[in-house]
Design a binder for this molecule. Structure first.
Ligand code: BF8
Ligand code: SF4
Length: 631
């Protein structure tokens, strides 16, 4: 199997192979063949009588030592994965809430509210009285409302309840899956999956859905508070792929997730440029992004994305990265080891995420700019140590247009219909110029030829006039392959889609169509896509499960991707996953996830590893929804 279809990645991988340096792909090979029990989800080690495993072929044990069946074990494992994903998004959101509160209390002067209008509208949405309140007072009230959403209370999690249609909310209440605390939902999953608690697979899966809705709340809060603190993204033109690294610059890669750290560094870059030049870097300081941090600073500052997900090691292997600054999530432990072999300083910043081989420089909101400066300075020092070591920057980079927040999309529509922007989108869905909408999300996965599923599916769907949205490393994949451009629209969009994107792009002064894929941000920003869908549903007066809107994580990897996929299904979307999740050891659970769950929420999982047939299945789902609407 080819490792990647990305030209830049191929260049660096060839060099690594020549030099005998192993990467994630080599380590994966060493792991194969992987344990079939684990792959199918029928391995349990939830107590010390285990590990237990069920023989899915009926020849060995059909129950664990305690009597748990494959159905129980698979459902328990899945629920735990959702809880882990939720915890990650919740931690991210909570971090932002604390930063906002600290600023409101005068303890973190480096976090002034940047988007006061968003703060106002957010407060209003949450039912907070906005009259005669200063920005500080509002910020404090919103931050407190956010923090109150984490622990158990009598009422639904606000960020879940106010961000869905009324119909969804009623459904969630009916099935008892509306969370009443984000952390409480995570804790409840850990409780019910402990030895000897919940053994009913359906009940466990509903518990998983409840936790996934807490994940939705965490994602949405992450987006909202980041916009308040750092600004709501607007379209921005930048570049992507390893070619954005510069030979004669101090290259600092920002990697991880939370803009609490990376946005402050981005804000300071221009101040530190001179210092980099004085250190001998004629091209000054060059910040680049990796993974979702990359998406955050791309969307708000136009900072180019070097790479994402499985290819993060390749950025270091160019020899051009002087420092890589990380916070948390999706940062491979292997980076520490690699950095030790290179001149690169890997800088960890969060108390919960230290990596052997890295230097740790703790980041605190109270002293954000000061610490950010120290971090950048470490990068400059490291550049001096680069010396004459060889640098291998593959000459590949693509233009990438990003920054399509919900507000930016509505703004673009408003250029053609000021009074009723959404009506324009709906008209084009009704007249068939746009057949439907597909949100591409999630990671790359070493099991899949990197980017192949993303690119193949996007081209298939675009040809059939499906409007494409993307977040996370998926958006990164499209960026690497030039699909976030007007040129891609001209080349790959079907007639109707091209017509709409061209009208919008020209109204926006792009001199050509909007990009083929609209980059909506990082993974928490899947909430932005949900907002667009909710607005359209409300306008049409139907619930989300009637819309010709689908989602796909064609190369999903992380537990966060599992929690997002689960809330997408609960939101009513047919949701494709292009790698086989560890559930197939229970045919019953598999059937619930791919079929029966539809009776509850309207959404369901489509599991298919072939990108062409996956696109066909999503197209079929879109057509079925159109038919349901009488289109
Ligand atoms: O939250 S897409 S590899 S970076 S989990 Fe991670 Fe997956 Fe990338 Fe962002 Ni999302
Ligand atoms: Fe085995 Fe049951 Fe313990 Fe799991 S909880 S390890 S199935 S005894």
């Amino acid at each position: 199997m080819e490792r990647t279809i990305d030209q830049a990645g191929k260049v660096v991988l060839r060099a690594a192979e020549r030099d005998g340096i192993g990467t994630v792909w080599d380590r994966f090979e060493q792991q194969t063949p992987q344990c079939g029990f684990g792959e199918m989800g029928v391995c349990c080690r939830n107590c010390m009588q285990g590990p237990c495993r069920i023989d899915p072929f009926g020849e060995g044990a059909s129950r664990g030592t305690c009597g748990a069946t494959a159905d129980t074990i698979v459902a328990r494992n899945l629920a735990r994965s959702i809880a882990a994903g939720t915890a990650a998004h919740a931690g991210h959101a909570k971090h932002l809430a604390h930063a906002l509160l600290k600023w409101a209390e005068g303890k973190a002067p480096d976090y002034p509210v940047k988007d006061g209008a968003k703060l106002q509208s957010l407060a209003a949405k949450l039912g907070i009285d906005t009259d005669n309140k200063s920005t500080q007072e509002l910020a404090r009230a919103v931050a407190q409302a956010a923090l109150a959403d984490f622990s158990e209370k009598e009422t639904p999690v606000a960020w879940a309840a106010v961000n869905v249609t009324q119909g969804r909310l009623e459904k969630f209440l009916k099935y008892g899956v509306i969370p009443t605390g984000i952390d409480a939902a995570i804790s409840e999953v850990m409780h019910r999956t402990h030895y000897g608690v919940d053994a009913d697979p359906i009940n466990l899966l509903l518990g998983g859905v409840k936790c996934a809705l807490a994940d939705f709340a965490g994602c949405h809060m992450g987006t909202d508070l980041a916009d308040v603190l750092f600004g709501t993204p607007q379209p921005v033109v930048s570049r992507a792929n390893l070619g954005v690294l510069k030979q004669d610059a101090v290259n600092i890669a920002l990697h991880g997730h939370n803009p609490v750290l990376s946005d402050v560094i981005a804000q300071m870059a221009s101040e530190m440029n001179e210092e980099a030049v004085r250190a001998g870097a004629s091209q000054g300081l060059n910040l680049v992004g990796i993974c979702c941090t990359g998406n955050e600073v791309l969307s708000r500052h136009g900072i180019p994305s070097a790479t994402h997900s499985v290819s993060q090691e390749l950025a270091l292997l160019t020899g051009a990265v002087d420092a890589m600054v990380v916070d948390y999530q999706c940062i491979m432990p292997s980076l520490g080891n690699l950095a030790e072999c290179l001149h690169t300083r890997l800088i960890t910043t969060m108390p919960i995420a230290k990596i052997p081989g890295a230097v740790h420089l703790e980041f605190k909101e109270e002293t954000a700019r000061k610490t950010a400066k120290e971090i950048v300075r470490l990068g400059i020092e490291s550049y001096k140590n680069r010396g004459s070591k060889s640098v291998n920057i593959p000459p590949y980079e693509e233009t990438s247009i990003a920054g399509f927040s919900t507000e930016a999309i509505v703004g673009a529509l408003a250029l053609l219909n000021k009074d009723d922007p959404l009506a324009l989108l709906i008209d084009h869905i009704v007249n068939g110029n746009i057949q439907g909408v597909c949100l591409f999300a999630g990671c790359n996965n070493v099991r899949v030829t990197q980017d192949l599923n993303f690119v193949t599916m996007a081209k298939e769907l675009a040809r059939q006039n499906v409007l494409l949205l993307a977040t996370g490393c998926g958006a990164g994949a499209f960026a690497r392959h030039g699909l976030l451009t007007s040129a891609a629209t001209n080349e790959y969009a079907g007639f109707g889609l091209k017509l709409v994107l061209t009208a919008l792009g020209e109204a926006a002064g792009l001199g050509g169509p909007l990009p083929l894929v609209l980059h909506m941000g990082s993974c928490v920003d899947n909430s932005r896509a949900a907002d667009v869908a909710v607005a359209v549903a409300n306008k049409l007066g139907v619930d989300l499960d009637k819309l010709p809107v689908v989602a796909s994580a064609p190369e999903a990897t992380t537990e966060k991707a599992i929690s997002i996929g689960t809330w997408a299904v609960a939101a009513g979307l047919p949701t494709h996953v292009g790698v086989v999740p560890p559930v197939i050891g229970s045919p019953a659970v598999t059937k619930v996830l791919t079929e029966d769950i539809r009776d509850f929420f309207g959404g369901y999982f489509i599991v298919d590893t072939d990108p062409v047939s996956s696109a066909a299945k999503l197209m079929e789902a879109i057509q079925a929804r159109r038919k349901g609407l009488g289109l």
